[in-house]
Design a protein around this ligand. Structure first.
Ligand SMILES: O=C(O)C(=O)C[C@@H](O)[C@H](O)[C@H](O)COP(=O)(O)O
Length: 378
């Protein structure tokens, strides 16, 4: 497998969706040069920059200097960092500030931040004036390889994760890899769970490459750019063939049925569990559940969990501080999963590494028995 370059020219990954096709640009200096890029692609548009207090303090000035240099009117809208920000009250605030800044339908909402900011800002872009322009500028690894691509936007509710939202594609994704240098190790690792996911879904060679080269991905440079580009290409291909998750796209949900239930059970408290950690535990559970059902070799479940453990990710309920409540609580959250159809549970299970599949009509009794065992290991 050849590594992508970390040279000056950004790596370009197209997302092919007819007249809503767009590019993902992956490279360095993209925050600073965004003003020029936007002026060239969207002449005359104003920009509402939605960011969180943490990311904004690090990157907003450089972005705004570029916007000002290109003569683009812009307004910063700042929300608190953390998953708890993905809620109705914050959506209302962002919408109100976009309107107060007199942004028009043709103007642009630009999400500068991680998955929370991207999902919230994207949903605001989808509904203000029935649809504004939208640019994703992901600053976390998780957002660069996953949430900024594919158009899933939305917020959480007390009933569960991402339960209110819209499919709303960005017109451009600018993934500045320099931004990853300011992430905490915990945040970077959480994003790495989504990188490993692509190998576990259907690319065993990529998973093997990660087992060999994960240190390079964490260090930065060519291996990191390569891992991001492989991830974005994989996601772009799935989204191009199933934009609204009527089929194959559900594969991208590997680890999310259990993972979302765990996030809900921990009250979206990032001090206990962040999304990528929930996905890491959820993927390990999906493989253990597959092994318990006799679908997958126990060795494969152990191998994938071992790799996640090697990079420092959690793989067990015992790794979540403060516990996750009882089995009823987890089953209630799982029952609200968006893949539930006519009341039947759908999981992404695996026949091996890189052999994930959509399992419909999964027996809730088997899920309950599995989770009871998992909880007993705490
Ligand atoms: O893009 C998708 O499709 C995914 O499922 C990718 C997930 O990693 C991502 O977290 C997504 O937002 C989850 O979607 P949801 O429909 O389960 O809320």
């Amino acid at each position: 497998m050849t590594a992508a370059t970390a040279d000056d020219a950004p790596t370009q990954v197209p997302v092919i969706l007819g007249d809503r096709s767009y590019d993902i640009l992956i490279g360095t200096g993209l925050i600073e040069s965004a003003g020029e890029t936007i002026a060239a692609r969207y002449p005359g548009r104003a920009v509402a920059v939605v960011t969180d207090a943490h990311v904004g303090a690090i990157h907003a000035e450089a972005l705004e200097a570029g916007l000002a240099g290109a003569g683009i009117r812009h307004q910063r809208i700042t929300v608190p960092p953390g998953e708890a920000t993905k809620r109705f009250a914050m959506l209302e605030q962002v919408v109100d500030e976009i309107l107060a800044a007199r942004m028009e339908r043709g103007d642009i909402v630009l999400a500068l931040g991680g998955g929370v900011v991207g999902d919230l800002a994207g949903f605001a872009a989808a509904i203000v004036r029935r649809g504004m322009g939208f640019i994703q500028m992901p600053t976390s690894l998780l957002a660069q390889v996953d949430s900024s691509v594919g158009g899933k936007t939305g917020i959480n509710t007390r009933h569960g994760k991402n339960l209110v939202g819209a499919f709303y594609q960005p017109g451009l994704v600018l993934a500045d890899t320099d931004a990853l240098d300011t992430l905490s190790t915990r945040e970077f690792r959480a994003g790495y769970a989504e990188v490993a996911k692509y190998g576990l879904i259907d690319d065993p060679a990529f998973f093997g490459w990660l087992e060999q080269n994960w240190r390079g991905v964490f260090q930065g440079g060519r291996d990191r750019v390569h891992a991001i580009a492989v991830s974005c290409r994989a996601k772009a291909a799935v989204v191009a063939r199933d934009e609204t998750e009527t089929g194959d796209r559900a594969l991208l949900n590997l680890g999310h049925t259990f993972g979302h239930a765990l996030e809900s059970a921990t009250g979206y408290d990032g001090s206990r569990l962040v999304h990528g950690e929930g996905v890491a535990i959820g993927m390990a559970q999906a493989f253990r559940f597959s092994a318990k059902l006799g679908l997958c070799a126990a060795d494969d479940a152990a191998r994938m969990a071992a790799h996640l453990t090697t990079v420092g990710l959690p793989t067990e309920l015992a790794h979540i501080p403060g516990g996750v409540g009882d089995v009823d609580r987890l089953m209630t959250a799982i029952g609200q999963d968006k893949k539930v159809s006519r009341g039947a549970l759908t999981f992404i299970l695996a026949r091996g590494i890189g052999q994930s599949f959509i399992a419909r009509d999964v027996d809730p009794v088997a899920v309950r028995a599995f989770l009871t065992e998992e909880l007993a290991r705490i």
